[in-house]
Design a protein around this ligand. Structure first.
Ligand SMILES: *Cc1c(COP(=O)(O)O)cnc(C)c1O
Length: 292
């Protein structure tokens, strides 16, 4: 038995990728690994990427960039934010790692992949290695193929939260055809299946789309209560955006008899714990129970 796995009950195990770093999501570091090697190979000094103000990806790029000697630039959604008065925990951390920000309106942000916007950024910042929002590209998927090991072949199901689909694509590519990979999208939308098909080389996967709790970063008291209870029971912290929703989904599916009897389930805890502080600030303003 892999000693790093956390046993939750007889047949549910957690792969604690959140222990890879105290602040940076485990899967985001995996997604960056081969991209940073590529950026070095191309002699790039600067990494530029995109994200919202609470983005795990922004925190990860800032941290990994500093660690590997890159300058980092974050294009942040929301021009109402600025350095003087609105650096939340995520952005303060990124800034402390040396990340430079450019805040743009939601309209401008929507065009972030357009050629004219990229050219405009190149005129402003010079040459850079571009990492897409959420960090998903072919090299990121390759990094996520390293998550599963030989020892994980004994699991019948491998579950993970889904944002842009990079992580699950890597898991699919490194899984065995007898295993089933189950993704729990943290947001609404049907675009994900297409996105995953672009990167994944097999079809032994499924998305369970009923546990997004209303959309990205949307939550309710039921979810918060589940997260707190889970931590009390198993001493495993869950984040409210990704891993909390996945775990809630797994337990709900177990109670409905979704999984084959006697099967073994591996849940990938991708991290995201840095987002708890920001969520608690919002909950506090609404006088709601906090994540403990
Ligand atoms: C980004 C993120 C995900 C989603 O990963 P994708 O590769 O974008 O699907 C899942 N969990 C955590 C904690 C994340 O930060």
């Amino acid at each position: 038995m892999d000693k790093n796995l956390v046993l939750i009950d007889n047949h549910v195990f957690i792969k604690p990728e959140y222990l890879n770093h105290p602040y940076v999501s485990g899967n985001k570091l995996r997604k960056l690994k081969y991209n940073l090697m590529e950026a070095k190979k191309r002699n790039k000094a600067v990494l530029l990427t995109f994200g919202g103000a609470f983005s795990n990806h922004i925190a990860a790029v800032a941290y990994a960039g500093q660690e590997h000697g890159f300058q980092t630039i974050g294009i942040i959604r929301g021009e109402e934010l600025n350095e003087q008065n609105s650096l939340n925990a995520t952005l303060s951390f990124a800034k402390s790692c040396g990340m430079q920000f450019k805040f743009v309106s939601r309209d401008v942000y929507r065009n972030k992949t357009s050629e004219s916007f990229i050219e405009q950024l190149q005129r402003a910042f010079g040459d850079f290695y571009l990492i897409p929002e959420g960090g998903t590209n072919a090299l990121a998927v390759k990094g996520c193929e390293d998550i599963l090991t030989e020892a994980d072949l004994k699991f019948d199901y491998v579950c993970c939260p889904v944002g842009t689909g990079g992580t699950i694509s890597g898991l699919i590519n490194s899984s065995h055809s007898t295993q089933k990979i189950i993704g729990f999208p943290a947001l609404k939308g049907d675009f994900l299946r297409e996105e995953i098909t672009k990167f994944a080389s097999a079809s032994n996967w499924e998305l369970i789309t009923n546990y997004h709790f209303g959309g990205y970063a949307k939550i309710n008291e039921d979810l918060i209560q589940f997260i707190n209870q889970f931590k009390r029971c198993y001493n495993v912290p869950l984040d409210p955006i990704y891993t909390g929703k996945m775990m809630y989904g797994i337990y709900d599916l177990i109670s409905k008899g979704y999984f084959k009897e006697g099967s073994k389930i591996l849940a990938i805890h991708t991290g995201g714990l840095q987002g708890i502080e920001g969520m608690n600030k919002k909950l506090q303003q609404q006088n709601k129970p906090l994540i403990v």
